[in-house]
Design a protein around this ligand. Structure first.
Ligand code: CA
Length: 225
């Protein structure tokens, strides 16, 4: 397993690299945003540890490109303690997890392993449920062959639903998987997005295959196999 460490603070990069190599990972460090981005897109890595403050290209910019070009690459954002806004923004832009400096070594290793175990990496780049098709690489979504344009968040929500067809998913489950941070339990953001999705997925008068299961959650209905 190869891990790319994009971090310009030499001491931190060395610490991460030593810790990960002692656990059997191969690491490459880059202290430059533009170089790190090119390496991440190069395709030789299984995971990216990404500092947000990098010279030439910021971590958030890199994250955006990586999400577009290599959606399957797990990204863990490195952030300084107390930079909650950074964490929120990182997760919003598609980071899979974050760790705060100063690091707890066991926690760091646990999070890295968790990302490398993620089933997402074994998933094909294309998801199909009934007449819905989604391409994780190009982010193209089609229903009955008709292209549907989704915002980033709508897309992430649909990916999650399509990965669990015919399962009733609770609000909490979806919010933590798709929004990923401590959400306000009273938030109605999920219903709002489900409504957007329903509207966009309605094709030829055929209602979207998304069911609300009273008091339980939401289900994407697909063919039973
Ligand atoms: Ca930095």
């Amino acid at each position: 397993m190869r891990i790319l460490i994009a971090e310009d603070e030499r001491g931190i990069a060395d610490f991460l690299s030593r810790a990960l190599e002692s656990e059997g990972f191969a690491t490459t460090c880059s202290a430059d945003g533009a170089e790190a981005e090119a390496l991440a897109l190069g395709g030789d890595f299984d995971l990216l540890l990404l500092d947000l403050m990098l010279p030439r290209r910021s971590g958030l910019e890199i994250l955006e490109t990586v999400r577009r070009e290599r959606p399957e690459l797990p990204v863990i954002v490195i952030t300084a303690l107390g930079q909650k806004q950074d964490v929120v923004e990182g997760l919003d832009r598609g980071a899979d997890d974050y760790i705060a400096k100063p690091f707890d070594l066991d926690e760091l290793l646990a999070r890295v392993r968790a990302q490398l175990r993620r089933p997402a990496q074994r998933d094909p780049t294309r998801l199909v449920v009934g007449d819905l098709e989604l391409d994780l690489r190009t982010r193209e979504v089609r229903r009955r062959g008709e292209e549907i344009r989704l915002t980033t968040r709508e897309f992430e929500l649909l990916v999650y639903l399509m990965r669990h067809p015919n399962q009733v998913l609770s609000r909490e489950q979806i919010l933590s998987a798709v929004w990923g941070y401590d959400f306000d339990p009273g938030t109605n953001v999920l219903s709002v997005y489900v409504n957007y999705l329903r509207r966009k997925l309605e094709v030829d008068g055929e209602p979207a295959p998304i069911e609300t299961v009273r008091a339980a959650g939401i289900r994407l209905v697909g063919p039973r196999v």
